[in-house]
Design a protein around this ligand. Structure first.
Ligand code: ZN
Ligand code: ZN
Length: 412
């Protein structure tokens, strides 16, 4: 297939914007291979953003190498996008390397690195960097604070997050809906549900889906059925066709083992023509991305993967792991149970990673949905049994599994 340069320049951002990140990157590669075609900075930036969305670290490295020799290599906004890309592809170290190499850092550069730390739940690193930024006399903006609040909520730094949120007014920054949602998450995480509710009703702007969704999610974790139902009612009022709240409410009922209500929600979703997304996980081995779906047996090494899964399951049992089949069967946000619990897409990807990489190397998996409780517990133990670092990016955040624990502290 041959494309003219102008066509490609337009297609890359077009594909990227419409959720076809992998295709955008593929088209960009065609453009990059043509010797007489230097992509403009807008196309380049779109390609880097698409790369971040795909989440593959090998691809990110390729993109970085490409930028180093391109005419746009000194554009600060291109470099800033590289920080974001590396963070989203799971490597804060490489993100920090790019960050360190930028002279004259403006607020966008500082914020990109702070957001990166936020995404990975590195609260202290984010706050340290923020103080460094202030020492360099750079004024924070709303993105800086969003990164800080994300970092605090993802690492449970309630006091620090609360203080930072209130310091926004010192810089005349009006908190946006996302900032409020972070605070609700922050309070909800540690079980301050009444405080979170009080905070919501006092908000100067109308609370929307993410704010009520954060409260509902906290209610699920802390088994607060009544407040959870209240938050869900608010969500249904705002958007009866948004799938998220059905999943969340169903999880709340599942945690309380109220299976009739769970089935009720399933029926309602069906009636309204809503369906949950299909889950898939991506792992990259030697530069080749492999995508697995739940129960997938189409992979050429499927037989070896199955053996590894059986072996892992036996080791998990020996280590005292028993999956909670009840809640999992009713967990609408996770994938369908096709054969058994150990067949969720991230488990297939991890099993494939284990048999395809040298022992001790880190596994990086990107998943399109949030991980289910069982897989999360299983991966913690797998990291310990196999002595591997396993980094999973789900739809919400990063999980760094190591030595039997996860960086999210089991709150996601
Ligand atoms: Zn699962
Ligand atoms: Zn986790």
């Amino acid at each position: 297939m041959s494309y003219a340069k102008l066509e490609l320049q337009k297609l890359v951002p077009g594909y990227a914007k419409n959720g076809h990140a992998a295709e955008a990157v593929e088209l960009f590669k065609i453009l990059a291979m043509k010797k007489d075609m230097e992509p403009d900075s807008i196309t380049l930036r779109a390609a880097i953003l698409a790369c971040a969305q795909v989440g593959s670290l090998d691809l990110a490295r390729w993109m970085n190498d490409y930028v180093t020799i391109s005419d746009c290599r000194n554009h600060v906004f291109v470099k800033t996008t590289l920080i974001d890309m590396y963070a989203k592809c799971g490597s804060l170290e490489l993100a920090r390397e790019v960050f360190n190499r930028i002279h004259d850092k403006d607020v966008v550069v500082w914020s990109a690195m702070i957001v990166g730390y936020g995404l990975h739940g590195c609260g202290e690193e984010a706050i340290d960097l923020y103080y460094e930024m202030r020492q360099a006399e750079v004024r924070p903006n709303d993105v800086t604070f969003l990164g800080l609040l994300m970092a605090c909520k993802n690492s449970g730094l309630v006091k620090e997050g609360w203080k930072l949120f209130h310091s926004m007014k010192d810089y005349d920054i009006e908190p946006l809906h996302q900032h409020y949602a972070c605070v609700v998450d922050l309070l909800g995480r540690v079980g301050y549900l009444a405080e979170a509710y009080k905070f919501i009703v006092r908000m100067p702007i109308e609370p929307g889906i993410t704010v009520w969704g954060a409260l509902l999610s906290a209610c699920k974790v802390h088994h607060h059925l009544q407040m959870g139902e209240y938050a869900a009612a608010k969500l249904f009022k705002i958007d009866p066709y948004y799938t998220g709240q059905y999943v969340q409410l169903s999880n709340l009922y599942a945690a309380a083992r109220m299976w009739d209500q769970v089935d009720e929600i399933r029926k309602l979703m069906k009636e309204r023509g809503l369906s949950k997304n299909f889950g898939y996980s991506l792992i990259e081995i030697n530069g080749k991305p492999e995508v697995f779906r739940a129960g997938d047996s189409s992979h050429p090494r499927s037989e070896e993967i199955r053996k590894e899964l059986v072996d892992l399951e036996r080791k998990l049992k020996e280590a005292g792991f028993f999956p909670d089949s009840g809640s999992n069967l009713h967990d609408l946000s996770s994938e369908d149970i096709l054969e058994s619990l150990c067949n969720h897409s991230e488990r297939l990807a991890i099993a494939y990673g284990l048999i395809s990489t040298p022992s001790g190397s880190t596994l990086r998996v990107v998943k399109n949905l949030r991980a289910c409780v069982n897989c999360h517990s299983a991966i913690k133990l797998i990291s310990q049994i196999t002595n591997r670092k396993i980094i999973v990016r789900d739809s919400n955040r990063f999980h760094h599994f190591e030595d039997g624990v996860c960086s999210c502290g089991d709150y996601w």
